[in-house]
Write a protein that binds this ligand. Structure first.
Ligand code: PGA
Length: 245
């Protein structure tokens, strides 16, 4: 199975940054049939990134979408058709930094509306869940939103991102990451029998850098990584993408 390596730029970047980034990738990114590279630029730069990726073997995704729940107009909104029009293949749903701002938005509904894209659905516990040993129950309840929206034709990937690990330099041990990924795969397999365990991909995100990327990527049940801060450094991101795994 391919490993996914994704860059989540969050609210970083500029036209100049993106031009230099893609020009560096052009010269230095090694093509590999065993890896899928995805970049999530800020929305406003997605079309520029789509133009600049040219022959780069990278996919593009949208970090979030303001959906139009009632099918009415929505100031500041984006539609699925606009994402498609910009040649974006992926969408992140449920990133913890967005969940905090979107308590009233049904992630289930959002997932349904984006069902034609490849969805990366983010889950993860906070520090207090972890201290209280509530990791699996927290993750199950987050996965339930996805399960409600699921249909057989969805192309679906899970990103396990413990909130306490995002941007902090802290990560769970690779054994803990493997255990949680296994729990996620088992739960989805049990709730969605039509979704074969071997097809369930789970990525890890939270303080991934060149120093820990290989260990995490090669851990059991880990199918990819979602990189925030370290992906802003194109040299570091390229070194991670070019790792021999
Ligand atoms: P980080 O962010 O790599 O900077 O911890 C990861 C994420 O939020 O997706």
């Amino acid at each position: 199975m391919k490993k996914i390596i994704a860059a989540n730029w969050k609210n970083n970047g500029s036209k100049d940054f993106i031009k230099k980034y893609f020009s560096y990738l052009d010269k230095n990114l090694e093509k590999s049939p065993h890896k899928e590279i995805i970049i999530f630029p800020p929305d406003i730069y997605c079309s520029l990134a789509a133009e600049l990726r040219k022959d780069n073997p990278v996919y593009l995704g949208c970090q979030n979408i303001n959906i139009n729940i009632n099918n009415s107009t929505l100031t500041g909104g984006t539609t699925f058709e606009m994402l498609e029009d910009n040649s974006l293949e992926y969408i992140l749903i449920g990133h913890s930094e967005n969940r905090a701002n979107e308590e009233k938005v049904s992630l289930s509904l959002k997932t349904k509306l984006c069902e034609k894209m490849k969805i990366i659905f983010c889950v993860g516990e906070n520090k207090s869940d972890r201290d209280k040993n509530l990791i699996s129950s927290k993750i199950y309840s987050q996965l339930d939103d996805l399960i409600k929206a699921y249909n057989d034709s969805m192309d679906l990937i899970i990103a396990y991102e413990p909130i306490w690990a995002i941007g902090t330099g802290l990560t769970p041990s690779s054994k803990d990451i493997s255990n949680t990924h296994e729990i996620i795969k088992k739960y989805l397999n049990q709730k969605l029998p039509s979704y074969k365990e071997k097809d369930i991909m789970v990525m890890y995100g939270g303080s991934v850098s060149f120093d820990n990327a290989k260990e995490i990527l090669t851990s059991q049940f880990v199918d990819g990584i979602l990189i925030g801060g370290a992906s802003l450094n194109v040299e570091e991101f390229t070194r991670i993408c070019n790792l021999q795994i």
